[in-house]
Design a protein around this ligand. Sequence first.
Ligand SMILES: [Zn+2]
Length: 337
Amino acid sequence: MCVMLLLGGFGFEFTPRHHDLNTERNSEYQDSAKQSKPTSTETTEEKPADQEPEEEKRSTIRWIDFNASLEMLKKTNRAHKTLIEKGITDIGTCELLAFVALRNGNKFNAKADTKNLDKLMAELKKGDRTNIDKYADNKYFNYYVESFHAVLDGIICKDTAAVTGFHPVAKGFWHTGHDDFGNSRSYGFKRKHLGHDLYGGVGAPIVAVEGGTITELGWNRYGGWRVGIRSEDTKRYYYYAHLKKDKPFPAHLELGQKVTAGDVIGFLGNTGYSTKPNKNMSGRPHLHFGMQIILDPSQEDGNGEIWIDVYAICRFLSGHKSTVVKDPETNEWERKI
Ligand SMILES: [Zn+2]
């Protein structure tokens, strides 16, 4: 049962899911058990064509180690644009990344990766598809293709190669951080850090990396004030946490609302680590940014959750930031239209 609370002191309403304060759902951190293996399981049962479809679609993908390097994200995205110009529309950023991942065993190494990609691109430009087409039925290649699409389709348009995602911190606001995915955390219970911390100034506008529907809004004992946004295709859940004490969100924001990539959805702060709402943690103010991949309902909550290392993605998006302006009436940062 959801309970509507009015927080008089903060001037907005929020509807917490009842388990938010009791479980780790949407916490900054999750059980380390799920960290261990990149897996793809195969479906072995063939069904007759007239059989009723299963109620829940179940993905064969159970975990994704997103290891693509910044350099390869940039290079495959540029190569994607080149292929479109050549009239090749079925090989894009994700297929090229999958090709590189297949060759390097998903351990991205700048030198070998560039060589492999350059060789493939030289062949493709000459109309020779042999070296990529031979993997069409390769289960590992297809696992990588599906995984990269699940992660990147909200950030890079698969049809045009355009970057459609925005960096989570608005343009003109400083931030810093390092690849801290998987680091150890101990508040509440021992666990791994399943996101990326972007340190910055309190109040810096935080924007939606991808558009979607606000499915979580309010206080969580780990993430403090936080917003959760589910992508339109439902495959990605974005988690923005530790938002600003007293003023975590724009006044108009509410559960169920649809937002567009680049819209202001919060303000950087330092809240969390408390069962009592609106408490600051110790340490430096930062945004915790997380991305969860949800390919079937069993992956929404609990041990089936798949969280992605978004560090390289954030760096990739640092060249694509949302410009914000202050509304003279409300004195709030808003997206510049
Ligand atoms: Zn964090």
